[in-house]
Ligand binder design. Structure first.
Ligand SMILES: Cc1ncc(COP(=O)(O)O)c(C=O)c1O
Length: 417
């Protein structure tokens, strides 16, 4: 089956071709353009045509290592870095190289489990709750590690797609301790870390360095999903795994395209323009996510607020009885209803490993003109709700108003119950 996130995008395109107005809150692509300095570097390097080393262009591996030092105070040697055609491919290659049972919190990003299934590897889902902001709890992992025999791989994504939540430092320390005791290897998928809205960010690699591979890339913070560039950082202790992945890479993708790797050096070197770009991106994402979360909460929709990235993961469980009278019993039926009635695409929780009947879904708040917003902020503009929502995020404003107006009449019933 085609990945559900890509499928919803296709469906949205079909509706648009049929002349229907579609608001796309289903697909998680960055709304921002690639920073100008990075695009200029790509143009300058368009003539680079030679194959590059399998593990990546040396200046890029150096730039990625210094990026981690500068941004997160992590000491990483350039030869611990591997460059691949997107972190999705690197995660797949890692699963192929390790052949371990995959442990996943539910909900998790859509592609981890299908990758394991394609490789014939067992997948074990670990439940989370909305009360815990959909974050993996240490005791659930401990119990799983006791129950599941054999070698295990945990993929932990923070801040998370689909929930927008970052795992707390305390939880990461507990999870690190369990993984160390049970010999679990961790892929820490940190592709949204630079889009954490504020304060300090934490990585499980700080507490379990010897067993953690850090996964990231250009797709989210740099708005360059289509450029296909991902990064892995291996600990020295997993150098044999890194070597094996390099062998696999040499027999499969060979290397990431040369012009993209040259341009990525500029992205990872950073500088004022890139920092401002990131700062403004986060202001916009935090503003709109808070607006949606507050509006949903006022309408009685359960919705933990996001701490980073592009996503919210609300639940319509409080309206279950009322929705049942409309023939809506599952998350997929709820999303279909919203698509057919309001032309808004969402992805049901089941796509992320939640129970089919649960009335949860992922909302990607990226249907806006990122370029216009960056220009506004660059010129010293600010955001104030609700006027800026209407002015700069009109599609999201329409979608959220329609959805909340639909469920608001259900609220009195809810209170009577
Ligand atoms: C959590 C997460 N991990 C990995 C990826 C893959 O990113 P890429 O292959 O573009 O690096 C995505 C993209 O949607 C994602 O949301």
């Amino acid at each position: 089956m085609i990945s559900p996130t890509l499928a919803i995008n296709e469906r949205a395109k079909e509706l648009a071709v049929a002349g229907k107005k579609v608001i796309k809150l289903g697909f998680g692509q960055s709304p921002f353009p690639v920073p100008e300095s990075v695009v200029n570097s790509l143009s300058r390097h368009a003539g680079q045509k030679d194959y590059l080393p399998v593990s990546g262009f040396a200046p890029l591996r150096e730039a990625v290592a210094s990026f981690y030092q500068r941004s997160y105070d992590m000491t990483i040697a350039p030869d611990q870095v591997m460059i691949g055609p997107g972190s999705k491919e690197l995660i797949f290659q890692a699963q192929l190289a390790m052949k371990r049972t995959l442990l996943l919190p539910s909900p998790s990003w859509v592609s981890y489990a299908p990758q394991a299934e394609m490789l014939g590897l067992p997948v074990h889902w670990m439940d989370t709750t909305i009360e815990d902001d959909w974050c993996l709890q240490a005791e659930v992992l401990e119990q799983t590690c006791k129950e599941i025999s054999g070698e295990k791989l945990l993929i932990l994504n923070t801040p998370s797609n689909p929930t927008g939540r970052a795992i707390s430092r305390t939880s990461l320390i507990e999870i690190a301790d369990i993984c160390r005791r049970h010999g679990v290897i961790v892929i820490s998928d940190e592709i949204y870390r630079q889009l954490h809205f504020g304060g300090e960010t934490h990585s499980i690699a700080d507490y379990y360095p010897e067993g953690t591979i850090i996964s990231s890339g250009l797709s989210k913070w740099c708005g360059a999903g289509g450029w296909r560039l991902g990064t892995f950082v291996f600990p020295q202790a997993l150098s044999a795994l890194q070597d094996l992945m390099a062998v696999q890479a040499s027999e499969t993708f060979s290397c990431v395209s040369a012009p993209i790797q040259h341009a990525a050096v500029v992205a990872y070197q950073g500088g004022e323009a890139v920092s401002t770009y990131l700062h403004h991106s986060k202001i916009a994402l935090q503003f709109i996510s808070r607006y949606i979360q507050r509006t949903f909460q006022e309408a009685g929709i359960l919705c933990p607020h996001a701490t980073g990235g592009f996503y919210l993961f609300p639940s319509f469980e409080p309206f279950r009885d009322h929705l049942a009278t409309l023939g809506i019993h599952t998350g997929a039926q709820l999303c279909d209803h919203i698509l057919n009635t309001f032309g808004v695409t969402l992805l049901p929780g089941v796509a992320f490993g939640r129970p089919e009947a649960e009335l949860s879904f992922r909302l990607s708040y990226v249907d806006f003109d990122g370029e216009a917003i960056l220009t506004h902020l660059h010129l010293g503009g600010e955001f104030t709700a609700p006027t800026s929502v209407q002015a700069f995020f009109p599609n999201i404003h329409t979608a959220i108003s329609q959805i909340t107006s639909w469920v608001t009449p259900f609220q009195p019933l809810l209170m009577k119950d």
